[in-house]
Design a binder for this molecule. Structure first.
Ligand SMILES: Cc1cc2nc3c(=O)[nH]c(=O)nc-3n(C[C@H](O)[C@H](O)[C@H](O)COP(=O)(O)OP(=O)(O)OC[C@H]3O[C@@H](n4cnc5c(N)ncnc54)[C@H](O)[C@@H]3O)c2cc1C
Ligand code: FES
Length: 249
């Protein structure tokens, strides 16, 4: 069993950046290390710890972009700069970063880990295109810089769903790999899109989690390994899987 150190972190900033999304910036200790696609588990008073993808890490400053949906995330919105939170991590495998021309697809708050990845790809000089999709203008987080924004209702950026637009862009951009995060249907369609172009697709999955360390089996999904359907935990074996490995039921 892998346990992870609990980090006590000071809140540097908590900024509302869309109708219901917040950017939480934490000062971790210098021992904290992360990769794009990994997540941290944040203690939210009187609830289980809640998992959030890492949005960025610059030295010991770690941030997450979260959407307020229930009591844990509501508690986080009540915090103030200089308060402390505790979190553990970083958990999970993270994206396997390749030096290949990359199409990045982020839908809703799923844009968080692909935004981190985009910055990592830029640092290593790999060409990439980030397409992020939202329902409407009020859902677009101001802290995210995308190459293209699409909205379902056309209230900002291009009026399209994120997959239709990614397909049209992929025809001209000719990616060698796709990385995606968002609702399951977006991940499934991203994987199908990659298959059309005969390229690899890495998808960052989500499942409600309890332990985050592969013990409680609460986050199991079906994957295909050696031609057989097997179980994998999203928290430990994932959250990033090869799109063709996931059994999309
Ligand atoms: C690996 C991983 C990475 C994640 N990264 C992010 C992130 O970067 N930003 C972010 O905002 N959220 C992220 N999530 C989802 C986040 O963990 C949940 O939104 C959060 O736990 C909700 O806590 P809550 O106490 O506010 O809501 P709760 O009170 O627990 O739930 C409120 C409602 O939301 C539903 N719900 C809870 N969790 C999820 C979920 N994962 N997906 C869909 N519905 C859910 C519940 O069933 C319930 O109906 C991630 C989840 C995983 C597993
Ligand atoms: S959350 Fe416990 S095994 Fe994944």
């Amino acid at each position: 069993m892998t346990t992870k150190k609990i980090h006590k972190a000071k809140i540097l900033n908590l900024q509302k950046c869309s109708k219901d999304m917040y950017l939480l910036e934490l000062e971790a200790d210098n021992s904290f290390k992360s990769k794009a696609g990994q997540f941290i588990s944040v203690y939210c008073e009187r609830t289980l710890r809640r998992p959030f993808s890492i949005f960025s890490q610059k030295e010991n400053i770690v941030s997450v972009l979260f959407r307020e949906i229930g009591k844990g995330t509501k508690y986080l919105t009540s915090l103030k700069p200089n308060d402390t939170v505790d979190f553990s991590g970083a958990f999970g495998n993270g994206f396997r970063i390749k030096n290949k021309k990359a199409l990045l697809i982020g839908a809703g708050v799923g844009v968080a880990p692909v935004f981190y990845l985009k910055n990592e790809l830029e640092k290593q000089g790999t060409e990439s295109l980030l397409i992020s999709g939202f329902r409407s203008v009020s859902d677009i987080p101001s802290c995210v810089k995308s190459d293209f924004i699409v909205t379902d209702d056309g209230s900002n950026g291009i009026k399209s769903n994120v997959i239709d637009f990614a397909l049209s862009k992929a025809e001209e951009f000719k990616p060698e790999i796709i990385y995606a995060c968002g609702p399951k249907i977006v991940l499934q369609k991203s994987s199908e899109l990659a298959n059309k172009f005969n390229i690899e697709c890495q998808v960052a999955m989500e499942k409600v989690m309890a332990c985050s360390i592969g013990v409680c089996r609460g986050c199991v999904i079906d994957v295909l390994k050696d031609g057989k359907v097997q179980n994998a935990t999203v928290c430990k074996d994932g959250p990033v899987f090869d799109g063709n490995e996931v059994v999309w039921q």
